[in-house]
Design a protein around this ligand. Structure first.
Ligand SMILES: [Zn+2]
Length: 330
């Protein structure tokens, strides 16, 4: 797709927005979502509202995934990795990653940034539906979904158990280079530091999650503006087409760093590289470029996999960066 087509679609998305009201439950969806998932066992909130200028924003947790810390810090010396985990009071043998999707209300449209994992990467994902219901919305209320890249933890919820569209009205935007790599071919995933059967399931989960939207997906080039107030920024390396997102309104901005970092303890406060990064040099260059922008301009950041709700700021330090979580706003 060329930029003109994308812009035309973006304009259309804006034009049909009309005067639809902010966060008013739409018809359908909510009740069904309520029935789909049990309430969170802890009873704690899985959603977090704030604003970016005139744009309403809500972090909606899809739950958590995780794995051995080594997967997310592939080049860390073992002693240093264990010390970093110990100092952060984290387990030595398992790292929990959150799934912080973001719902924004821009130009009268409800746009979800990242679809979440569902159960493609373990049993503790798929919470987005109950968290949508908690704010009075259902899957049918989502107008568009923009994914940063097509790994299963970012697209897993697009498919229902019976193979249909989980968000029946949503126009899905995915980066073209990822679509070409993961969907149009059988990708060589030998760079991933996981067992071969995991790679096979991982590749299959991407194709099956995207299958319901394959005929009407909008493929974007990173750098494109999806709608006014939502710009994609190229950040390739983790995958061929990964983008990060800048949400902006007036003087306010929010930078979504996608998978430039998995966990701040190993990928921000320490410079280690995720094993699943396909091109580690390019991924590191993308990380530095985007982190520098966040730190230099003091832009608030949302880390998709950071501890919920994943909001904070990047601080430039002598040797790199430090993650400073935002205070909870009541
Ligand atoms: Zn991810």
């Amino acid at each position: 797709m060329n930029a003109f087509t994308l812009n035309r679609r973006a304009i259309m998305l804006t034009a049909v927005a009309g005067a639809s009201s902010v966060f008013v439950p739409g018809p359908g969806g909510s009740g069904r979502a309520m029935a789909q998932t049990a309430p969170s066992p802890s009873g704690n909130a899985g959603h977090y509202r704030f604003r970016v200028g005139a744009i309403g924003a809500t972090v909606l947790s899809d739950g958590v995934i995780g794995g051995p810390p080594r997967v997310y810090a592939s080049d860390a010396p073992e002693v240093e990795l264990q010390e970093a985990l110990r100092r952060a009071f984290l387990p030595s043998d398992h790292m929990t990653l959150n799934l912080n999707t973001l719902l924004i209300e821009a130009g009268g449209r409800r746009i979800l940034l990242e679809a979440g994992a569902g159960t493609t990467m373990g049993p503790n994902g798929g919470r987005i539906f109950e968290n949508l219901a908690a704010i009075g919305l259902g899957p049918a209320d989502i107008d568009a979904i923009v994914v940063s890249h097509t790994h299963p933890d970012h697209v897993g919820n697009l498919r229902t158990a019976d193979g249909g569209k989980a968000f029946p009205r949503a126009l899905v935007f995915a980066p073209k280079a990822d679509w070409d790599f993961f969907v149009r071919t059988d990708p060589d995933l030998s760079y991933m530091p996981v067992a071969e059967d995991f790679r096979v399931r991982f590749a299959a989960a991407i194709k099956s999650s995207l299958e319901p939207v394959r005929n009407d997906v909008e493929l974007y080039e990173a750098g494109a503006e999806i709608v006014p107030g939502l710009t994609t920024i190229a950040a390739a390396g983790h995958t061929p087409g990964m983008a990060t997102f800048l949400v902006h309104s007036g003087d306010d901005q929010l930078l979504l760093t996608a998978d430039l970092a998995y966990h701040p303890v190993v990928n921000v406060d320490r410079p280690w590289l995720p094993g699943p990064d396909r091109d580690k040099d390019t991924a590191l260059a993308s990380r530095r470029r985007i982190f520098d922008m966040a730190a230099t301009d003091g832009i608030p950041v949302l880390g998709f996999h950071f501890p919920f709700p994943g909001l904070g700021r990047m601080l430039k330090t002598d040797g790199g960066y430090a993650w400073v979580p935002a205070n909870w706003q009541f």
